[in-house]
Design a protein around this ligand. Structure first.
Ligand SMILES: C[S@@+](CC[C@H](N)C(=O)[O-])C[C@H]1O[C@@H](n2cnc3c(N)ncnc32)[C@H](O)[C@@H]1O
Length: 267
C-alpha cells in the first residue's frame, strides 16, 4: 500500500517527532561510527533484516525499483549505499539493459557485494568502496541514482551534502529514488513502531545473532530519523532537484523520488 504526499504536507505535520532531536555533530553520525557499525553487521545483516522486517524490506525494495522511470538502453544507474547488493535482483529485472555502479563505504559490505556480483550478476556491477558524501564520481554521469535504506545515517548537514552530491552526479533530467524505514503518522502505529524497534527488534536479534548491540544502534538511528523529514528538507531545498515523498504501508516506510532540473528553478 502506498500513498503519495506532497513535500509540504510531510514537512508541516505536527507529528514529526524525533528528527528534530537527532543528535547532530555527535559521533553517532561520524563516518567511522557508521562504517564500523555496518562492517560489524555485514555477517548477519541480510538474514536478520528479512526476518526483523517481516518481509517488508524486500517488498519496499520492489516498490522502490518501480518508482524509478524506465531507462533507455545503456543508461547509467548508481545503487548508492548499496550494502552487499540486496537491491540488485530487483534492479537488474527492471533495468535489464542498464550499466550499473554500486557504492558503499563499508569494506565488509563491499567485499560481500563483490562476491554477490560475481556469483549472481556475472560481474556487471562496478562496485566502488567510497563515501557517498565525497564520491569523486564524475559530474552528470548517472541517469538514475537509487538507494534502499541508505539515508537514515545522514544527519541534517550530511543530508544537505548528499543532496548536493546527488545533483552534481545526476545528468540534467536524471532521476532518483530512495526509500527508508520511517515512523508512521498514526499515534497507535507510532507506539507499536517504538515498541517494535526499541524492544522487539533487539529481542529477536538476540535469538538470531549473539551480538545485538548493532541492532540497538540501528534502532537509535531509526528513532532519530523519525518520519524522514531531514531527507525531504535537504532534497526539496536543493535548487536543482524536484522531489516527491510517498508513504508506504501507513508510513512505516517513506520514499523520496524525483529528478534533476537542467537549470535552477529559483536563484
Ligand atoms: C542499512 S544498509 C542498506 C544496504 C542496502 N542498500 C539494502 O537495501 O539493504 C546502509 C548502507 O549504507 C552504507 N553507508 C552509510 N553511509 C554511507 C556513506 N556516507 N557512503 C557510502 N556508504 C554509506 C553503509 O555502509 C551500509 O552498507
Amino acid at each position: 500500500m502506498t500513498s503519495s504526499v506532497s513535500s509540504a504536507s510531510l514537512v508541516d505535520r505536527k507529528l514529526v517527532v524525533k528528527s528534530q532531536g537527532a543528535p547532530t555533530g555527535t559521533d553517532l553520525y561520524a563516518a567511522d561510527s557508521v562504517r564500523q557499525l555496518f562492517d560489524r553487521m555485514s555477517r548477519t545483516y541480510e538474514r536478520v533484516n528479512v526476518v526483523l522486517s517481516l518481509g517488508f524490506s524486500a517488498r519496499w525494495r520492489r516498490q522502490l525499483a518501480r518508482l524509478a522511470p524506465m531507462q533507455r538502453r545503456g543508461a547509467s544507474i548508481l545503487d548508492a549505499m548499496c550494502g552487499m547488493g540486496e537491491t540488485w535482483d530487483v534492479l537488474t529485472r527492471r533495468f535489464a539493459d542498464a550499466r550499473f555502479s554500486a557504492l558503499d563505504f563499508s569494506p565488509q559490505m563491499t567485499g560481500r557485494a563483490r562476491v554477490r556480483n560475481l556469483s549472481r550478476h556475472a560481474g556487471r556491477f562496478a562496485v566502488l568502496e567510497r563515501d557517498m558524501l565525497a564520491s569523486g564520481l564524475p559530474d552528470a554521469s548517472f541517469d538514475l541514482v537509487i538507494s534502499a535504506y541508505g539515508v537514515k545515517t545522514f544527519d541534517q548537514e550530511q543530508s544537505v551534502r548528499f543532496a548536493d552530491e546527488l545533483a552534481r552526479i545526476l545528468r540534467p533530467g536524471g532521476t532518483f529514488a530512495f526509500i527508508e524505514v520511517t515512523e508512521p503518522p498514526s499515534l497507535l502505529l507510532r507506539m507499536l513502531y517504538g515498541l517494535y524497534i526499541g524492544t522487539i527488534v533487539p529481542a529477536l536479534a538476540r535469538l538470531l545473532v549473539a551480538d545485538t548491540e548493532q541492532y540497538r544502534m540501528l534502532g537509535r538511528y531509526l528513532r532519530a530519523y523519525g518520519d524522514g523529514r531531514r531527507t525531504l528538507d535537504a532534497l526539496a531545498g536543493h535548487p536543482l532537484l524536484v522531489v516527491e515523498a510517498r508513504k508506504h504501508f501507513f508510513g512505516c516506510a517513506t520514499s523520496f523520488s524525483g529528478y534533476r532540473l537542467a537549470q535552477a528553478a529559483r536563484p
